[in-house]
Design a binder for this molecule. Structure first.
Ligand SMILES: [Zn+2]
Length: 291
């Protein structure tokens, strides 16, 4: 079961969220037929997005994480609701790249670093709150850390990882985002930095461990108190009704044109790969509604 755990140090200066998201990433792999490097790139982004979603306070809010690095994978997108349930896709799910010299999947090479990381929070107001920074490496965690510091002025660190098994299924996935509140003493920051430096890869811990183990490693010696623990999953909200109203918005003229062709219209949901089929008569009915 995938879960997010939120914790805080007893002095209140450090907040952390950690996720174990193997199921989310495996689900994404299956519906999108992701290659290993695409599993890693989208998986890291999904896990981070789920953490950011869980931190939203407004019930109907969503957060979108978008990486546009001009690399061969194209755009990487993840969207989370305020419960941390998440969905996403990459433009080129079958991309294959040689492993890096250290034997790791080349996520940075797939994503590229000639572009931006954008975080968009839709809080149900007129306009979403959008922040964006240049990509540092395309490895996702490093880019997010840079984003928090530069765009949101929050001292933060982020670790993310996806381990792909020999049969290409996901062995483990997850990560953490730790934020330092203003006024945190320097010694505290040093402790966290030292903990992160010696804890090794996120996947080394999640292989046999949990999100709580991640927290205990990042905040070792700082007495973390768990604030919340909840299960999260891959969840798409598409439905025939939603697709119909999206069609409605393209206008009656365009819809009549589609209906005239005499063929069924097939609309594919990018997030869950489900296909919705509309007959010419159904398209005409939608067209009437849009007038
Ligand atoms: Zn869908």
């Amino acid at each position: 079961m995938d879960e997010i755990i939120r914790a805080v140090t007893s002095d209140g200066f450090i907040k952390i969220s950690a996720i174990s998201g193997r199921g989310i990433v495996e689900h994404a792999r299956q519906i999108h037929d992701l290659s290993p490097v695409a599993s890693a790139a989208l998986g890291r982004t999904l896990c981070a997005c789920s953490i950011l979603g869980d931190l939203l306070k407004e019930e109907d809010a969503t957060v979108t994480l978008r990486l546009n690095g001009s690399g061969p994978i194209g755009t990487v997108i993840a969207v989370s609701d305020s419960t941390g349930n998440v969905r996403g896709y990459v433009q080129e799910p079958h991309i294959d790249l040689p492993l890096k010299a250290n034997g790791k999947l080349d996520v940075g090479g797939a994503v590229g670093k000639n572009g931006t990381l954008t975080v968009s929070r839709d809080l149900g107001l007129k306009e979403p709150y959008i922040g964006s920074t240049a990509l540092v490496s395309g490895e996702v965690a490093e880019d997010l850390t840079y984003y928090f510091v530069e765009s949101e002025q929050v001292g933060a660190a982020c670790g993310l990882g996806v381990l792909v098994d020999t049969d290409l299924s996901i062995k483990c996935a997850g990560g953490f985002i730790v934020a330092l509140l203003p006024g945190a003493p320097a010694s505290l920051i040093e402790t966290v930095e030292a903990n992160i430096a010696k804890m090794g890869q996120v996947t080394d811990i999640l292989k046999d461990g949990t999100a709580e183990d991640l927290i205990n490693r990042v905040l070792a010696g700082l007495e973390p108190e768990i604030l919340a623990q909840k299960s999260v999953e891959y969840h798409c909200y598409c439905s025939r009704e939603r697709v119909s109203s999206a069609l409605e918005s393209i206008g009656s003229e365009a819809l009549e044109e589609i209906a005239e062709s005499g063929d069924d219209a097939e609309i594919n949901c990018h997030f869950c790969n489900k296909t919705y089929t509309f007959t010419p008569d159904e398209i005409r009915a939608i067209s009437t509604r849009s007038e």
